[in-house]
Structures are given as C-alpha cells and as structure tokens.
Design a protein around this ligand. Sequence first.
Ligand code: ADP
Ligand code: MG
Length: 597
Amino acid sequence: MDKNEVLHKYFGHSGFREGQEQIVDNILSGRDCLCVMPTGAGKSLCFQIPALVMNGTAIVISPLISLMQCQVEDLREIGVSAAYINSSLDSAEYFDICRRAYAGELKLIYAAPERLTSESFLKLCDEIEIPLAAIDEAHCVSHWGQDFRPSYLKIAEFIRTLKKRPVVAAFTATATSAVKNDIKRLLELNDPFSITTGFDRPNLFFEVRKPEVKDDELLKILKNVSGAIVYCSTRKNVEYVGQMLLRNGIKAAAYHAGFSSEQRKTAQEDFLHDRVDVIVATNAFGMGIDKSNVPLVVHYNIPKDLESYYQEAGRAGRDGSPARCILLYSKSDIAIAKFMIEHSHEDSELSFEEQNELKKRDYLRLKKMTAYCETTACLRREILLYFGENYPHNCRNCGNCVNNVEVEDVTVEVQKILSCIYRLKQRGKTENINVIKNILLGISDSRIAENGYETLSTFGIMKSVKPERLQLIADYLLKEEYIEQDGQLCLLTLKADELIKKKGTVIMRFEKNKRPVPENNELFEKLKALRKKTAAALGVPPYVVFTDATLLDMCAVLPKNHEELLRVSGVGMRKAERYGKKFLSVINEYSKKTASF
Ligand code: ADP
Ligand code: MG
C-alpha cells in the first residue's frame, strides 16, 4: 500500500496537512528527520504512515504510558497491529508481544525509553527488521526542554547497537533552537531533513482572566460546555476542583498520577466517550490523548512555562473548529509554581550543580509565563514571539485584542520615573521600586526623611497619579527592560538613557476598569447610607466599615447569604459577622424588588 492509500483507508483523512507529506516522503526515502510541529498538528501520522508502508516493525519511543496506550488503542481500532512495551505489562503479556514481533505480525512497537537497555528487548530488536525508529516528544532529550528525561539520553546508544541502522525521525512541539540542536546532537541524527511548521493555531481563542473568586468564574465558564479540560497544578487542587464541580451539578471526572491506574483509566474513558462533560487533571493528563473535539481548556493555575501552556491549551480544537483556552490567573499561584520548581529535580539522576542550573532555567521560564498573564498585548503574538515566530499584527482573536484594553501614551510619566532614578544616581544612590514610587508620589516615610529625598526635584512630581497606575507603569518598565534590577535595586538601562535623550514615546495598554459602576446607583446609595449610620454608631469613619470598592462589589455580586458575602472583595470573616446581617438585608430587599419588575 502506498502512503495515500494508507492515509485514506486506515486513517480516513482526505489529505495531508502542512508538513506531513514531506516528512513521510523523506522517511520513506531513507532520510532522518527532525520535525517541529505544534500540538495537534498531526505528528503521529508522520511516522505511523511510513511504518505501515515499510517492511518490518517500526519502533516508536515515547515517554508516557498513557500516551502509548492511547495511540496503540487508536491504531488497533483502525486495524493496524501495534503493541506497547512498558512497565505496566506482566511477563505473559510481554512474551506474547515478543512472539508476535518474531512472527512479523506487528507494524509498530511503542517502547518506553527505560526499556531500551533491557536485555530481552535488545535481543528482540536484534532479530526483527526495524526500518524506522521514531522518537516522539523528542525534546525530552534536552536539558533545555521543559520535560527533560535522562533515559532519553540512552536512545542514541540503543540505535547504534542495532545491526542495521534504521531511519531515525524525531518529533517535538518545542521549537527553540537550543532544543533543536540538542535533539540533533544527542539523538545523533544524520543530516536530517528539518522542518518547523507554523505554530499559530488560528482557531484557538486565548484569554487570561483574573477573577476574584476562581470557583465562581470557572462555574460561569463551564456553563453549558461539554468536553472541557480543566488543568490544575497540584493533585490537591484537582481533587478540590473536581468535588467543587460535582457539588455544583457539573458532570466531572478527576485525573492525576496519584490515582490507581484503574481510576485513571475510567476517568480518561469517561471523558473520551463524553460520559462526563469536564475532566479536571494535572498535566499528567493528555500528552498524546487524541480527543479532537475539545472546545475549551481552562487552566485553574498558572502552568510552569509557556511550552507547557501551549501544549496543554493546544489540546483544545484539534479538529480545527473554534475553541477557547482560558487561564485563570492569580498572583498567589506563583508561590505554588516556585515551590514545584524547588522540588522538581530532587530525585533525578542529576548532580547538585546540574539541578541548580535547571532550576535557574525553570525560574526564567516561569517569569515569562507570568509576563504572559500580565501583558495587555495580543496574547497570540506573545506566544508566537516566545517560540521565535514573528506575528506582525494584533490577532483580533484573543482576550486582549477583543476585550477591555485602552491604549495610552505614557511617555511623560515614564520620563518622570526614569529621571527620579537618574537624580538618585547623581547623589550616588540606588533604591528599590517601592522607595522610588514613594518619592514620586511624595509620600514621606522614615527612609525618605533619613536620606533627605524630599529635596529631590522629583519628589512628589507624580502626586496626582494613582499608586496602582504607577505600579503598572513601573512593572511595564521592568518587563520592557527600561529598568533593570540588581537584587531589589533599580538601575537605568541603555534603553532608558536613550528614551531620556531622544525623547521617544512609550505606548502602554491598560485594562479598562472591569467593574462597572452599577447602572442604577440606587443600591450603592442605600449601602452607603447604611455604612454611614453604622460608622456613626461606632464612632469611626465610614471607610473603616467597608470601602467604596467593597460596596461596589456587593452591587456586582449581590450576595444572598453569609457565605456569598464572604466572596465580596474586602469582606473578611470578622466584618461579615459584625456587619453582615444588616447589609445582606438591604441587598436582599433590593434584589427582591428588582426581580419583581
Ligand atoms: P500531535 O502529536 O502533533 O499533537 P496528533 O498526531 O495527536 O497531533 O494529531 C492531532 C489530531 O489531528 C488527531 O485527531 C488526528 O486524527 C488529526 N489529524 C492528523 N493528521 C490529519 C490529517 N491529515 N487530516 C485530518 N486530521 C488529521
Ligand atoms: Mg503527539
């Protein structure tokens, strides 16, 4: 059978996608390949079709058991004889596979990299014809990759021991040049045909949300959605979110590596077969899971890096139909991510120095991930830039492009901030960003008084600017490297010098204020009146009871009971207990009245 027949008859596809045919042709002509294609692009087909066309048994090396099982089941489903060899097999199963391989019955064997050094496996490989070794998720061989696996380093040696060298084809979704070079070198690819297909997935809508209460936001997002994946960073979160969804009447299954293989299998199959609407999982779920009709991927926590994010989010809309990828961001998640970095390389085979080196890279990646969450620029462009692709315009199909963004010229404010640092430098001083902000805002504290900063010409020149806005601009200057930090201390970069000299312009994008002042101010006015009365009785100023922001949030949330009141920003246990009843009764009265209209 030739490649086209295989494509139509076995896989049922009408044609090849970008890159696929070239790869298949190169493999068939005997040339090694290095293929970089984004998740969902269709890498598996690129080695499965040659495996079916060539004589003998192709070996596919793949890092995860679930990945192998999935692909092998799919292949069997379409009538291809394939098997996997990994630690989940008992010896009877293993010998049965060997028997079928010796008999020439298998077109593909999927093997975990750890198998490559086992004697019985080497013996088997010695006796069968192997035309192709395909290495899936090949970035696992690289320290620079996000999923480094030491056992991948043994692949080259394994291939060298084969009596006839097969064609070697490596596949990954990670495109950085360091990773590509490592793959070529460490897998000993021989003058490979290299291809990197475009990383853009135009059908995916990217969005970052910063909800005050994630659970509520998640429930809102999942309403009427069937087939969503919700990723959490920890097992604990998976269990919590899974329970929370069930409690709220959403059909959900949970999946993480701590569950028994039986439980995982059930969860996975319930999801694949649409028996549940949502699967809540750690990143252990999904690598290679071939469900093409996933309309939504939500990240409940920040992923560790953009590689992971794009791969996980990319599991949405594989069939090319419009799909959404929403990340729920809160600053507190960064602490969890850092904790995981600290402990991630602990039981690897690496030396202390190597571990530290990896940690450093992980921190850098996390920083970029955080920048993605905080940017107001086009999200698609940020992602593609990260993967080294230029995307010259705004995509009009991401949260930042279509939502609440306002573009403003902040040149004058930037100049004030930079010149404050410059004036300090003239006095031989460097300071951290908080001190600099206070100088600009004209807020005198002991540090400022001790150093006589009140006499700086920049003291108080941004008095009328809101502190939050100043913070946003300062963050932007750090991110765009106008300011660099030595520890906490802020220094001007060349870029800043140039801006001061040439008087260029700085344009920033700000999120519009998301919380609208209630259209009908009636409730807000009532709450203010109640606040005033309450405060007067206690002899304290009104804002001590609740701030305006809290009252506005009450208007937006319209809490019905004590529990819901606690979700309002600025309402803690204590205030809820002290003032809750009265405020709730005003809100309830108002809700009843408006509901009856
Ligand atoms: P990757 O490994 O690159 O993430 P997969 O190999 O899992 O991607 O394929 C993703 C999806 O694309 C699968 O549902 C697969 O059936 C589908 N697919 C692959 N190639 C084609 C094609 N030529 N035409 C239509 N669908 C395809
Ligand atoms: Mg794949």
